[in-house]
Design a protein around this ligand. Structure first.
Ligand SMILES: Cc1cc2nc3c(=O)[nH]c(=O)nc-3n(C[C@H](O)[C@H](O)[C@H](O)COP(=O)(O)OP(=O)(O)OC[C@H]3O[C@@H](n4cnc5c(N)ncnc54)[C@H](O)[C@@H]3O)c2cc1C
Length: 368
């Protein structure tokens, strides 16, 4: 098979599929995905939460734009968000972290330790010295969002080709030519939305890598603690982000909140990292972890300033970066996909200029 398009997108995660969906009304776009389905890597392994106060100032601007769109997506007949809340709890040693969280956040409410324990009764009251809640944090139905973007893309004539890992990438006569197991594809613009593999793809295309570091994050599903209905609990997280827990279909998802730098790969949890994280969770709660029903890991990929990289590469014609979304790629996908479409299509971005500049691949201190 060969395919000619205006824009090729490498990567069928939330970044690539959402950007392609926003480009598709105005250009012929094809998504190339290595795996047999979309959303197999980071996108399908996330904690699926929207937290407005998560990330640095640039990310919070993206969160602010993305929230209303997730609440009422123009391409779905219903919201992808549902109530959850995020409660931060602090030991005595973590009180400075909690104060920073309260000072930097908007819409974050202080709670007394008693109020925190009333919300999540398995917390050990004697260890909780402070707490705060962002009531407006919400669960995201990631699969509905991803599939919604994919349908929007197809409705506008775009294509998703799975089993199409980009191997050789060449540019000649103003056109990128990408060789994959599913055939060769050509387009003048190449969007690099390859998640943890984005620097690898840049290397194949002869563009300078941005110093992306994939960081493994693990999670485990535990049965609900006996005698507790967990469904209405908020996500609860230690103020130093050394573990967090979240209700998940009547059970509890617990994460060690690990950030171990790794090579890009199909991630799985490290047994020791998971065990140590579960131990940190157990010490703060009355939960006794006797059985892990399921566990997984995914890669959150960051550059040095922990801000996504979005824009045309300064050193490779027609090579567009859409990478480095770290732990925020699902919740910021509405804003980042629209920005990517604006820039790829040569429109003035709807986002403020300082936000666009903070995301640009040519910003100082980025290249590896
Ligand atoms: C445990 C965990 C919890 C998280 N929780 C949240 C959360 O609550 N909220 C939130 O917003 N974000 C969260 N994240 C982050 C979020 O999942 C990511 O930021 C987001 O999914 C990144 O999307 P992506 O499309 O860039 O990457 P991916 O989903 O990894 O997609 C990249 C795709 O590129 C493909 N690819 C790579 N190389 C090639 C190639 N050469 N040719 C073709 N295809 C290629 C891969 O197969 C992959 O499918 C979490 C992540 C993890 C791991």
């Amino acid at each position: 098979m060969t395919g000619t398009a205006d824009v090729l997108v490498i990567g069928g995660g939330i970044a690539g599929v959402s950007a392609a969906a926003r480009i598709a009304p105005d250009a012929r776009v094809t998504v190339l995905e290595h795996e047999g389905a979309i959303g197999v890597h980071a996108t399908g392994r996330s904690a699926a939460i929207f937290i407005a106060n998560y990330g640095n100032a640039t990310l919070r601007s993206l969160n602010a734009v993305s929230g209303p769109e997730l609440e009422a997506p123009d391409f779905l007949d219903d919201t992808v968000l549902s109530p959850r809340g995020e409660m931060v709890v602090a030991t005595e040693a973590e009180l400075p972290d909690l104060e920073r969280h309260l000072a930097e956040g908007t819409g974050v409410e202080r709670l007394t330790p008693d109020e925190a324990v009333a919300l999540v009764p398995v917390l050990r009251r004697e260890l909780i010295h402070g707490a705060a809640i962002e009531r407006d944090a919400r669960d995201i139905d990631v699969d509905r969002l991803l599939q919604g973007f994919a349908r929007l893309l197809r409705r506008h004539g775009g294509r998703i080709v799975t089993g199409a890992g980009a191997g050789r990438i060449e540019r000649a006569d103003g056109v990128w030519r990408v060789a994959t197991a599913a055939g060769a594809f050509e387009a003048p613009v190449l969007v690099n939305a390859a998640g943890a593999w984005a620097d690898t793809v840049a290397g194949l295309a002869g563009a300078t890598p941005v110093g992306l570091v994939p960081m493994r994050r693990s999670a485990a599903i535990l049965p609900a603690p006996p005698g507790h209905a967990v469904d209405r609990w908020p996500l609860f997280v230690s103020a130093s982000e050394s573990w967090y827990a979240k209700p998940e279909a009547g059970k509890l998802m617990v994460s060690p909140a690990d950030e171990d730098p790794v090579e890009p790969h199909d991630a799985w949890p490290d047994d020791m990292v998971l065990a140590e994280g579960l131990d940190r969770f157990e010490r703060m709660t009355t939960v006794e972890v006797t059985r892990v029903e399921r566990s997984w890991a995914g890669l959150r990929s960051f550059v040095a300033d922990r801000t996504p990289v979005v824009g045309f590469a300064p050193d490779a014609d027609g090579f567009f970066w859409l990478a480095g979304q770290g732990g925020y790629g699902v919740q910021t996908s509405p804003a980042l996909s629209r920005l990517a479409a604006d820039l790829v299509l040569g429109r003035v971005p709807a986002l403020p200029a300082d936000v666009v500049a903070a995301l640009h691949p040519g910003r100082p201190g980025l290249a590896a």
